[in-house]
Design a protein around this ligand. Structure first.
Ligand SMILES: [Zn+2]
Length: 687
């Protein structure tokens, strides 16, 4: 009996999953199963890849490119579960496994990408690609493979390959540490309020949630506020205690900046230096040049061009917004200048004064279950999809719910898990990913298993989870990514679903946000949690009137972070000792950011670029916003938000296609033309 077969007896990763749809058996997976499964997964993939590389037969598309695509199934299986748990169910043991395994995975990947005999075979197939009679999708797979090997360093000298492997391994570990620090920082700070008078201005629901947090954290009878968004944002919006708002906000913007074991400043500089060194090894001017070549934007100049085009009108609008707030402060007799920690508070007050609208008026109509049903109903009306709750499917936490998604005719589309409440083991933000991607094998479609994770307002006491409008839009956003994964209809997993370029991937997600605030759609889902009354017309009208409110701020804080990302990654010199904050200040000074607004992310907690896949890619949201505003315009032009022809075209040319063709080609097939920037400017009131 080999070690493997001995392990196989009790390690679910080595067994066939006898669960509905073959989903991960979360109830059986234990911490000790990961490391052996990773080791065995890497070993098997090595053997499979060696068999391809050493195949005595002449290289063909099938025996090389396609065979490579089908290798590594066990490693994929354990990775998908492990990294999902690391993001939303982590603990010290899991973090320790990650620290051990992540650099090994990095080296393992490099060993494959840098294998000389394997690359020679891929190159041989690539060189005869026009004579091979490949389908369009096969051609794309071949080209993407060849490109990823070249970009992975396959053509480098042995010495350079060695250095590249070291850099990749160091980067993987730094990025892991960065994320762990932010998670710990998020959990470390708490504002404990003992005197009820210090709660002045806070809505009842927010106070109730703070009391529950206090109870959970061992401060029964008091109130605790944390840096988790559902706690932080309402505090900034409503607390009359300016000093406490300052305290909360400063704690938020100084995460990873306390010169202690959780400090991330040095990691930022080190990662930026390693990235430029790597880019240069591979023959690029900067990391941004390296990354963008593989995106729609193609080069940094194009990104800066878009950012600058939007920056001027956005900043002008933000300055006007600040002036309005200052006027309000002065009129109230407040003898102070508006500061960054005042922005949410006065924005909320100003919205109330100008539009008689405030966040708390909306929440009762935005019960989580209703909002989710709203998102589902939009997908039903657009694509005929049906959603059925499945309580027989194992989940990894009691807050998780699983839905089966079906076509109008009842045939199976895939599964969607939703996991919406914050907890200490979950990182901040919201995201979509998958436990299994879509592909086809032997003519049969293997359907995807998708999940959405968020950090939304929890139920408190006898009240259900009541979302803010921003949380509602985020739910629609992640659901849009989920549809991209679910409706995928591709042959190869590496080209399927959301495996598209970074500046295209936010199109399916952001386009969904458009429906959330349309009158017709609000009428479908926004119902009072208690009375089930639909949201009154006058309230909907107020939302419509206030739609441009604070857009100067939102666009400016976002663009500032995008500039910061680009500035970090267009560095042409590697300096691991760079002063991170000095660099950041200079970058933000150069664009003229006003002190009342802080970049949406500061470097030490900018996880998108230092612990996620968005380095030189944070601009993607606004790039995709040009696409999504233009795409939504296509529906509006028909006079029907659910126009079937347009929905069919979007599904056929975008949602089902993954990365099987060039994104701009896909977009043009849907829209009949390239996207225009005007709909975006109009939507944000920046025209
Ligand atoms: Zn997104």
């Amino acid at each position: 009996m080999t070690a493997t077969t001995a392990l196989a007896a009790d390690n679910p990763f080595f067994a066939k999953w006898e669960t509905p749809f073959g989903v991960p058996p979360f109830d059986e997976i234990k911490l000790e199963h990961y490391a052996p499964a990773f080791e065995e997964g890497m070993k098997l993939e090595k053997e499979q890849v060696a068999a391809i590389a050493e195949n005595p037969a002449a290289p063909t598309f099938e025996n090389t490119v396609e065979a490579l695509e089908r290798s590594g199934a066990l490693l994929d299986r354990v990775s998908m579960v492990f990294f999902a748990m690391k993001s939303s169910m982590t603990n010290d043991e899991l973090q320790a496994i990650a620290k051990d395994i992540v650099p090994k995975l990095s080296e393992h990947g490099d060993e494959i990408r840098l294998s000389e005999p394997l690359f020679r075979r891929i190159e041989a197939v690539y060189e005869q690609k026009d004579d091979l009679d490949l389908t369009a999708e096969q051609m794309r797979l071949l080209e993407e493979n060849y490109k990823s090997f070249v970009r992975g360093g396959a053509k480098l000298s042995p010495e350079k390959k060695e250095r590249l492997t070291e850099i990749n391994s160091e980067l993987s570990l730094l990025s892991l540490n960065f994320g762990e620090h932010v998670l710990k920082e998020n959990n470390r700070f708490e504002l404990v309020i003992e005197d009820e008078a210090d709660l002045a201005g806070l809505p009842e629901g927010v106070i109730a949630a703070a009391a529950e947090t206090a109870k959970e954290r061992g401060h029964e009878g008091k109130w605790v506020f944390t840096l988790h968004k559902p706690s932080l944002i309402p505090f900034l919006q409503y607390s009359e205690r300016r000093d406490l708002r300052e305290k909360m906000y400063k704690a938020y913007i100084n995460r990873g900046n306390h010169d202690d074991e959780l400090d991330n400043k040095k990691i930022c500089a080190e990662m930026a230096a390693l990235r430029v060194e790597k880019a240069k090894l591979l023959g690029y001017e900067t990391h941004a040049h390296f990354v963008l070549e593989d995106n729609m934007a193609k080069e940094p100049g194009k990104v800066y061009e878009l950012l600058r085009k939007l920056w001027k009108p956005a900043l002008a609008r933000a300055k006007a917004e600040a002036a309005e707030m200052q006027k309000m402060i002065d009129e109230e007799g407040g003898d102070f200048k508006l500061q960054s920690w005042d922005w949410w508070y006065y924005a909320e007050k100003l919205k109330k004064a100008k539009y008689d609208l405030d966040e708390e008026m909306l929440r009762p109509y935005l019960k989580l279950e209703n909002v989710l049903k709203g998102a589902f109903d939009v997908a039903t009306r657009l694509y005929g999809l049906q959603f059925e709750k499945r309580s027989d499917i194992p989940v990894y936490h009691e807050d998780v719910t699983c839905y089966e998604v079906k076509e109008a005719d009842g045939s199976h589309v895939g599964l969607l898990y939703v996991d919406y409440f914050p907890r200490k083991s979950k990182r901040g933000g919201a995201w979509m990913s998958e436990f299994r991607g879509q592909s086809k094998k032997d003519g049969k479609s293997i359907r995807p298993v998708i999940y959405n994770v968020g950090n939304f307002s929890k139920p408190t006491g006898d009240k259900p989870s009541l979302l803010s409008f921003e949380e509602t839009e985020t739910l629609f956003h992640e659901f849009g990514h989920a549809l991209h994964g679910l409706l995928s209809d591709c042959n190869y997993e590496s080209l399927s679903g959301t495996n598209v370029s970074r500046d295209f991937v936010e199109l399916p997600s952001q386009v969904m946000e458009n429906w959330a605030s349309e009158t017709e759609v609000l009428k479908m889902y926004a119902r009072h949690y208690d009375t089930n009354e639909p949201m009154p017309d006058e309230l909907i009208e107020k939302i419509r009137k206030a739609r441009h409110f604070n857009q100067g701020f939102a666009t400016t804080e976002y663009l500032a972070a995008s500039f910061l990302d680009m500035d970090w990654h267009t560095l042409a010199e590697a300096d691991p000792d760079k002063d991170t904050l000095a660099f950041e200040n200079k970058a933000l000074d150069e664009i003229g950011l006003i002190p009342e607004i802080i970049s949406r992310y500061r470097s030490p907690y900018f996880q998108h670029i230092f612990a996620g896949g968005y380095s030189s890619g944070y601009y993607s949201y606004i790039w995709s916003a040009v696409l999504d505003a233009d795409a939504f315009e296509a529906f509006k032009e028909t006079g029907d938000l659910f126009d079937q022809e347009t929905a069919k075209a979007f599904r056929k040319n975008v949602l089902s296609k993954g990365n099987t063709d060039d994104p701009m080609k896909l977009y043009k097939k849907f829209r009949g033309k390239e996207p225009a920037i005007e709909p975006l400017l109009k939507r944000r009131g920046l025209d």
